[in-house]
Design a protein around this ligand. Structure first.
Ligand code: LLP
Length: 396
């Protein structure tokens, strides 16, 4: 395949991708700044004056954070490390949300020092917060949503949020602790397929205005699928916020960065056992989502000139790990004739791709590069072996 045009879902041209693979090697994460900017613009158009907080767990790379921060986006942070990143790129207290179901003393202290807004996730937190904190209370709306079980966070059985019946007591405790309740928060899951799930959850939380009275903020979290109708979700969010006289806040992760990033990998060969495999130099260590959630990432073959020619074959896309589940795709139709060294692009990999990569099997994590419109910017150099074992060297 020698197409050099850009499909809507392929953020970089084939020529750019080949160039990146040549210059930086594979496996490689390559991102398009234009695609990132376009995703943010779509969010802003749909949600109007809602405040946008990037859930940096999706991709915490400093280059992306700086770009989003310059565009006026705040950060939702769930660890001391993520808070550190926010501070490092210059975010102030008004630009940071501290979230997490099991916050440490250090996280409370740093959040307090910054004057960040805390998301209270359980009733006991009223006694743990730094005095005079500004808070949102995360509500567990007790709803099942249409996504993989690991990604559902608003169900009654999930560990997140406060039960509505616990809200009145918690609000009293927060007042008694000198804290300021800015609003309520919800986040019912990630990669949620059916927009009706958001409507139901927002409506359920809106009912709690009878308990809270007017509030400054309704934070409706993130979780939107890549094809989600943002205008519909935004309209439902505004309706729910109106019950409190509140402003909408949103916390997208995947939606902002997924489509801007691809994983570039090379074919190492093919083989047939009971099934047919295309073997790649990337797998579960670089992109865990297919293995962990059964996620299906579209792929695009960039085979050598003359390969394919109208013929298609199906194969599983297997990584190099010594694990049978190390698959990036199953029964994937691809043009025939791939040779060792040919390139394959795994799309929609900008969110929870590099962020969840690991050093399992002493594999160095890939480099990350960004096409800024003019040239490639190295966002993260490829790890070296020395990087991997540096923390293990015993000085004695
Ligand atoms: N806000 C809160 C409170 C969250 O917990 C999350 C994601 C987000 C916002 C952003 O959600 P998003 O818009 O990215 O769906 N590793 C999984 C996703 C886990 C998401 C966890 N929380 C994956 O690879 O799909």
């Amino acid at each position: 395949m020698t197409r050099t045009d850009t499909d809507p879902h392929v953020p970089l041209t084939d020529d750019q991708l080949r160039d990146a693979a040549r210059r930086f090697g594979t496996p490689l994460y390559a991102y398009s700044a234009a695609e990132l900017d376009a995703a943010l613009a779509r969010v802003r158009v749909a949600f109007g004056d809602a405040r946008v907080w990037y859930a940096m767990k999706a991709n915490p790379n400093l280059t992306l954070l700086r770009r989003l921060h310059r565009a006026g986006v705040g950060f939702e942070c769930v660890s001391l490390g993520e808070l550190g990143r926010a501070v490092h790129v210059g975010a102030g207290g008004d630009e940071v949300i501290v979230n997490g179901p099991a916050k440490t003393d250090e996280e409370y202290a740093l959040g307090g020092q910054l004057g960040a807004t805390f998301i209270v996730d359980r009733v006991e937190e009223a006694a743990l917060l730094p005095r005079g904190s500004r808070v949102l209370v995360r509500v567990n709306p007790g709803l099942e949503v249409s996504t993989h079980d690991h990604l559902a966070t608003g169900a009654a059985r999930s560990k997140f949020g406060v039960r509505p019946l616990d809200l009145p007591g918690l609000l009293r405790d927060l007042r008694a602790g000198g804290h300021t309740l800015r609003g309520l928060h919800l986040h019912v899951g990630s990669a949620v397929r059916d927009a009706a799930d958001f409507s139901a959850a927002f409506a359920r939380v809106a009912e709690l205005s009878a308990v809270t009275g007017p509030l400054e903020v309704l934070d409706v979290g993130g979780g939107w699928g890549l094809d989600a109708d943002l205008h519909g979700i935004a309209a439902r969010a505004r309706e729910a916020a109106a019950a409190f006289g509140a402003r909408v806040w949103v916390e997208p992760g995947r939606y902002l960065v997924a489509r801007s990033g691809v994983l570039l990998t090379r074919v190492m060969g093919r083989k047939t056992t009971g099934r047919t495999f295309t073997l790649l130099d990337a797998g579960m260590t670089e992109l865990l989502r297919p293995m962990l959630y059964g996620a299906q990432h579209p792929v695009r073959a960039l085979w050598h000139e003359g390969a394919g020619e109208g013929q298609e074959t199906r194969s599983d896309l297997a990584g190099p790990a010594c694990e049978s589940g190390d698959l990036l795709g199953q029964d994937v139709p691809l043009p025939a004739g791939a040779r060792r060294g040919d390139l394959l692009t795994v799309l929609e990999a900008g969110a929870y791709g590099a962020a969840m990569s690991s050093n399992y099997l002493t594999r160095p994590r890939p480099a990350e590069v960004l096409w800024d419109g003019q040239d490639w910017v190295t966002m993260r150099r490829r790890e070296s072996m020395a990087d991997i074992w540096a923390a293990e060297e015993n000085p004695t």
